[in-house]
Write a protein that binds this ligand. Sequence first.
Ligand SMILES: [Fe+2]
Ligand SMILES: [Fe+2]
Length: 199
Amino acid sequence: MLALHEATPQSWVDAANGDVATILVDHAHCEKKAASTALNLIFRYQDHVELMAPLSALAREELLHFEQVLAVLQARGIAFVPLEPAPYASRLYAAVRREEPWRRLDTLLACALIEARSCERMKLLSEHLDDPELRALYAGLLASEARHFTGYVELADAAFGRNVARERLRELALHEAAVLREPSPALRMHSQAIPWEPG
Ligand SMILES: [Fe+2]
Ligand SMILES: [Fe+2]
């Protein structure tokens, strides 16, 4: 249902379990970035009125998630510090074509895949983290991220037709899986699965 080409292996889950503070801080940054991306699309595609309300609602929901994770950080005395993002999103967006209307299609689908991967990883966290409060946090969030995936794909379907949108989604999902096999410098919500050099 999530269109992902490859599943996250257990090694990433184990690493996340070993450093939940980093996962939580990076997660807060991801929610902020998800809101910002939706808002940027509203500004970039003002002439596409059908995108306005869905993306506005999505941005608001991501900001609520951001506040929710910030509250967890505060309750645990974890500082919300800047973090170098995983290369994942910028490497994924590298496959977005530059010319319109394909830039719009590819961006909607890249956003869908980021939501899908977030959902997949949150499900793993909800099942495997040692900390019951964090398992509950992720169990509560993953349905929203699945809905965001569906929402972005439906916007692409509506604008470009289901056949065109789904074929491109398949291509970008292959790219997304390849990106996740590339080296990542540190543990992140969207870091690669293979253990990195500690450091
Ligand atoms: Fe979110
Ligand atoms: Fe989301």
